[in-house]
Design a protein around this ligand. Structure first.
Ligand code: ADP
Ligand code: MG
Length: 302
């Protein structure tokens, strides 16, 4: 490596949902190669781009590219106390967290350590006792209930351990629900729901009710429901907890392909090391706190 190497030029880098048009000067030929792959961009000294309609510019030398983008999720000082009779449960005890757009992040930790509570706070299901959450740079709390419902509905998709499909609705009716809640027309919702079912390989099960589907198929319906409104973030609470190993791998492959092709951000609560191993980053919680964070080893072949 020649640390004095400089290259100037114009390059288009796709990272997550962002496409940045960079005018760059890099410190080394390795960095140039990495930049072309959209990976490591320390060394960019000037750039301009568009991220979700916003102009992003003003890179400074040695500030990693990832850090100048608007994070998908940013939480600061989150606390959640539950009153249970006379005692208070401190479910989340001061969590700060930044989730980069386009990342796939695992959340691990023993039962009762606050994983579900954290997910619920990050998605606006459960208000924190104190602290703040930004979703794609927008405040999730301190706004009206209607505004929060709207932001939640647009930004998030959800996948749960027990699928949470409505038993009286067919697969396609379950999948179109998020769109109908966002005000889509019935025609448009149906069309998009059928397309989403196609993407999870269930076109031929559109009219089946959940009880007529296997566990793996039900979870694929739930995956279709989570992506139908094209959210930027999908939150999964033990998505493979009720599936056997093979089916679990299929669902995980599907999530990874959504992450890779659409740049959808994933936050996945899991007990399964094999699932965490497929994520770029693992956050370990214990007793209401984030106690460890780990980045996956960069695979040189990728
Ligand atoms: P995990 O998902 O990691 O298993 P949870 O977030 O579900 O953990 O729970 C964290 C702690 O908060 C636990 O001690 C749990 O009993 C408590 N808890 C969760 N929800 C409530 C609630 N609605 N009321 C009282 N305590 C709760
Ligand atoms: Mg839980």
């Amino acid at each position: 490596m020649n640390p004095g190497f400089k290259a100037e030029g114009h390059h288009e880098v796709a990272y997550g949902r962002a496409v940045l048009h960079l005018v760059f000067v890099v410190a080394s030929s390795e960095l140039l190669a990495d930049l072309a792959k959209g990976q490591h961009t320390d060394g960019v000294i000037g750039g301009r781009g568009v991220h979700e309609g916003r102009s992003v510019q003003g890179f400074i030398n040695a500030i990693p590219f990832r850090e100048v983008m608007v994070p998908a999720l940013q939480a600061s000082g989150l606390w959640k106390l539950y009153q249970a009779g006379d005692s208070t449960v401190e479910a989340v005890r001061g969590v700060d967290l930044t989730i980069t757009a386009g990342d796939m992040v695992a959340v691990m930790g023993p039962s009762g350590c606050g994983k579900t509570t954290l997910l619920n706070i990050l998605s606006g299901i459960d208000e924190p006792t104190s602290g703040a959450v930004l979703v794609n740079g927008e405040a999730l709390y301190g706004i009206s209930d209607n505004a929060r419902t709207d932001l939640r509905g647009r930004a998030f998709g959800f996948i749960f351990q027990d699928f949470n499909l409505l038993p009286v609705l067919s697969a396609v009716e379950n999948v179109e629900l998020p769109l109908l809640l966002l005000g889509s027309s019935a025609n448009h919702a149906r069309q998009e729901a059928l397309e989403a079912l196609g993407r999870v390989g269930l076109s031929d099960r559109a009219d089946h009710r959940p009880s007529e589907l296997s566990g793996g198929q039900q979870q694929r319906v739930a995956v279709a429901r989570s992506i139908v409104h094209r959210p930027s973030i999908i939150l999964c609470d033990e998505p493979t907890g009720n599936l056997d190993t093979g089916t679990s791998r299929n669902v995980m492959d599907l999530l990874r392909s959504m992450n890779e092709t659409e740049g959808t951000t994933f936050l996945i609560v899991t007990h399964d090391e094999a699932i965490a191993a497929q994520c770029q980053r693992t956050i370990v919680m214990n007793d209401g706190l984030v106690v460890k964070e780990q980045l996956a080893e960069m695979n040189e072949e990728e």
